[in-house]
Write a protein that binds this ligand. Structure first.
Ligand code: AMP
Ligand code: ZN
Length: 119
């Protein structure tokens, strides 16, 4: 079997350091990087190191992963000094909601004029 064409999602390639990214935080369970195409002055992506496609397919036993990502987003906002200005967390759940990368991730956005955002 030829594995040259084996598909690995872009975030798994970032985790394996096969693709460069601006890493903001990393531990054994999660990774935080800067979004390559930022939609706000601060736009970070937080994701688990284990490949889980989406919140849609997340199983009950893995629910603490979500808590970990949200808690890390809160900590980063405080550490990086933008918590008091407000920040937005976005979790696109499935293609129909605009999820393009099929690896569960949380967007952390800050510093934009969010009054023009739909929610
Ligand atoms: P979503 O639409 O929720 O799947 O968001 C995927 C996000 O990943 C988008 O905001 C992209 O700009 C971002 N993205 C895609 N490829 C990369 C990459 N190689 N490095 C950093 N961010 C990326
Ligand atoms: Zn992946």
């Amino acid at each position: 079997m030829n594995f040259d064409f084996y598909y690995m999602c872009v975030f798994c390639q970032i985790i394996k350091k096969q693709i460069n990214s601006e890493i903001v935080y990393e531990d054994e369970k999660m990774m935080v990087i800067k979004d390559i195409n930022p939609k706000a002055p601060v736009h970070l992506l937080l994701f688990p190191k284990r490949h889980i496609e989406s919140l849609v397919t997340l199983r009950l036993k893995d629910r603490l992963l979500i808590e970990g990502l949200i808690w890390k987003a809160k900590s980063l906002a405080e550490e990086q000094g933008f918590a008091s200005n407000g920040y937005k967390l976005v979790l696109n759940c499935g293609q129909g909601a605009g999820q393009v990368v099929p690896h569960l991730h949380l967007h952390l956005l800050s510093g934009a004029d969010f009054s023009k955002w739909p929610v």
